[in-house]
Ligand binder design. Structure first.
Ligand code: ZN
Length: 452
């Protein structure tokens, strides 16, 4: 046997790489994938340590979740970097990009970014990057944030739910679009139209149907229409967050045909939960835009299958249990947000396999596509030169969700009691095990354009 030339080798009868499943050995050196060996060559790999996957386990790249709210500092009791990134690791997510709101301060200035980075670097169990925020009056801050390495800028067109992160009006959107286009930065948009929501019936009380009527599909469709027009005019780069209404897919398709640079994501809850199944008062299912009907859900799946929806990200947006107002079940008063960092992979896999999709599809939606869109081409894939972010996944194991056993800070889950298929057995970040967790933290703060 030759001297070990690799730090670690993962021997898998099933691994997802190059868009397919095949047997291989992934050899790791200095935190990166140094070789992917197939067939006979695999026997000759000399590594200091060998991780042999069990029968039935599949080696996946670590997932990249570009839509996560970690509310530290300021609302750490909702979710902090320690608990949030432990949840990520347990869910097979080895890279998260944190949203600029729900922490205090919001990430709308370079100083605020430094504060957030300080918190993350002290507590992160997975790699953490940051989005900046575009809010009224901060257009002058975007260049500095961009230079500091944020992955792009988020804005709202409707009330965000927190007072320190106000929405942009149409003039503000135009200004932010012009500036992000000039910088070549992504502008990512919460697409609901404020006027149409103001004109819709008000939410109130425990009726889910009333809540759903208060945030109609038309408001998403109109907001997306405005974003597409602004992108076309400014020749900007845009991204539609948490698409809930499949009715918007036609205009997105039409815009892409004429060259508009726009991508779109949806979330596990829009793919695995339907309005018809939500009981009145069940505020654990409140999010915005809202979960719509079963027919819409199937059309989102068609959008994924056809490639019209690029990616699935969690929109992990937790809060403390009291803010969900489970006692009164009042949809108007409850915080809107669903926490699923740890459960996204099994939720999506359970629903995807039922529709005939393969694990390679899930990897594309949850790892490669989000990584590519934010420029993290060295993550989200098993490939030579990529970071050795790896997940050992058992796609047949079943479990029932027990919220108190989750790593997230608050035991509130829209999936409580659900039977899911697919268990993350191990997660590795740059060649180091992060789940089950070790004594050492391995997470780092990552920046756009600079490889750690
Ligand atoms: Zn969000």
């Amino acid at each position: 046997m030759a001297e070990p030339v690799f730090d670690r080798a993962f021997v898998a009868a099933r691994a997802v790489f190059d868009g397919a499943e095949r047997p291989c050995v992934v050899a790791v050196r200095d935190g990166r994938i140094a070789a992917v060996l197939e067939g006979g060559q695999a026997e000759s790999v000399a590594a200091r340590e060998t991780v042999r996957l069990a029968d039935g386990e599949v080696l996946l790249p670590g997932l990249v979740d570009t839509h996560v709210h970690i509310n530290e500092p300021g609302r750490t009791e909702w979710e902090g970097f320690d608990t949030g990134t432990r949840a990520a690791a347990a869910g097979g997510v080895t890279t998260v990009i944190d949203m600029p709101l729900n922490s205090i301060p919001p990430t709308t200035t370079a100083d605020a970014l430094e504060i957030k980075r300080g918190c993350a670097s002290a507590h992160a169990h997975v790699d953490v990057g940051f989005w900046g925020g575009a809010v009224p009056g901060n257009a002058g801050e975007l260049e500095g944030l961009h230079a500091a390495g944020v992955f792009g800028f988020k804005c709202f067109l409707v009330d965000s739910g927190v007072p320190e992160f106000p929405p942009l009006d149409s003039a503000g959107l135009e200004e932010a679009m012009a500036e992000t286009a000039r910088l070549g930065a992504l502008l990512i948009v919460h697409a609901e139209d404020a006027e149409l929501i103001a004109a819709a019936p008000a939410p109130g009380g425990p009726s889910y149907a009333t809540y759903l009527r208060s945030r109609p599909a038309a408001s998403e469709e109109r907001a997306i229409e405005g974003i597409l027009a602004a992108l076309r005019a400014a020749q900007g780069r845009g991204h539609v967050l948490h698409l809930s209404s499949a009715g918007a897919l036609a205009q997105l398709r039409a815009a892409r045909v004429v060259g508009v640079d726009v991508s779109v994501e949806t979330c596990p809850h829009y793919l695995a939960i339907v309005a018809e199944a939500i009981d009145d008062g069940a505020t654990q299912f409140k999010c915005a835009p809202p979960i719509r009907d079963a027919d819409n859900c199937e059309r989102l799946w068609q959008g994924l299958a056809s490639g019209e929806i690029d990616m699935i990200v969690s929109d992990h947006s937790p809060c403390t249990a009291d803010l969900k107002r489970m006692d009164t079940g009042d949809f108007a008063a409850a915080w809107g947000g669903i926490a699923s960092l740890e459960l996204g992979l099994p939720v999506v896999w359970t629903a995807a396999r039922a529709r005939g999709h393969a694990l390679a599809d899930v990897v594309r939606w949850m790892a490669t596509a989000p990584a590519d869109r934010v420029g993290l081409t060295y993550k989200g894939r098993i490939a030579v030169g990529a970071d050795a972010d790896l997940v050992v996944f058992d796609p047949e194991a079943e479990f029932v969700v027990e919220p108190s056993q989750l790593q997230q800070r608050n035991p509130v889950s829209a999936y409580a009691g659900r039977r899911l298929t697919g268990l993350v057995r191990q997660a590795w970040l740059r060649g180091e095990r992060v789940h089950p967790s070790s004594a050492t933290r391995h997470g780092r703060v990552i920046e756009r354009g600079r490889r750690a």
